[in-house]
Design a protein around this ligand. Structure first.
Ligand SMILES: [Zn+2]
Length: 243
């Protein structure tokens, strides 16, 4: 997957890369286009090295993605991912944020987040940054992150679920798609004043976001979302536009 960031002529083949001074191996890797957050393992002349290792002229650098399965036995990876991943998305990924919340993943998203706010919150709350902006991922403050390849929200969701092995961690309908708050069951009596009479008459199960108070029920839209969840959990690949 790291080949996605290289010029086509440089993919899957050894190539020479020149540089000035004595940069770290992290800086060299990023100078050819690969964001350090997607790197799990670096070898220099076959020996595992940390990001701050300084290679010498003629050294051979091999670089492996954390999002591609490799048999590495008990080797410690660079910056291991959190076992219970939480996410923060950049301002261009609103639809993906909504889809991830429907699947039950803890997903922070606000249209007014600046890049520096995203980096700070990700660091403070141990969140993984999802973005189509390589600039954020190349920032030294970025610890965990993933560059979203697709431009289509449905495919972006599948991409993220595959990259972070999220299918078994999903908990659909547990989060509010509007604000990321946790959703709880409420009795009809608790919310009767907030709904119109036909909704009260036809539906019996109601849920409420503990953060923003949004009320949910199993209306006609519910079946559509159930189908959406089922398709994503079963890995059906959507290639058409129906966003
Ligand atoms: Zn909410």
């Amino acid at each position: 997957m790291l080949n996605d960031f290289l010029h086509p002529a440089s993919r899957q083949v050894p190539f020479w890369h020149g540089y000035m001074g004595s940069p770290s191996v992290k800086d060299i890797i990023e100078s050819v286009g690969v964001p350090h957050v997607e790197v799990a393992l670096i070898l220099v002349n076959g020996v595992i090295v940390p990001f701050d290792f300084h290679p010498e002229n003629g050294d051979r650098i091999s670089c492996y993605s954390r999002f591609h399965s490799i048999n590495i036995g008990s080797i410690n990876l660079l910056q291991d991912l959190p076992s219970d991943p939480r996410f923060i998305l950049d301002v261009h990924l609103g639809k993906l944020a909504k889809y991830m919340r429907i699947m039950g993943f803890d997903t922070l998203y606000q249209t007014n987040f600046t890049d520096s706010e995203i980096l700070r919150i990700a660091s403070d709350e141990c969140r993984i940054i999802l973005t189509r902006d390589l600039g954020i991922l190349r920032n030294g403050l970025a610890k965990w992150g993933y560059y979203i390849r697709s431009t289509m929200p449905r495919l972006q969701l599948i991409e993220v679920m595959d990259a972070f092995s999220l299918r078994e961690k999903s908990n659909p309908f547990s989060r509010c798609s509007i604000c990321n708050g946790l959703v709880e069951i409420v009795s009809k009596e608790q919310i009767i004043k907030d709904l119109n009479t036909s909704t009260i008459r036809y539906y019996k199960d109601f849920f409420r976001c503990q953060s923003c108070g949004q009320i949910y029920w199993e209306g006609s839209h519910y079946k559509k979302i159930e189908k959406f969840i089922d398709e994503n959990l079963n890995g059906e690949r959507k290639t058409n536009h129906e966003e």
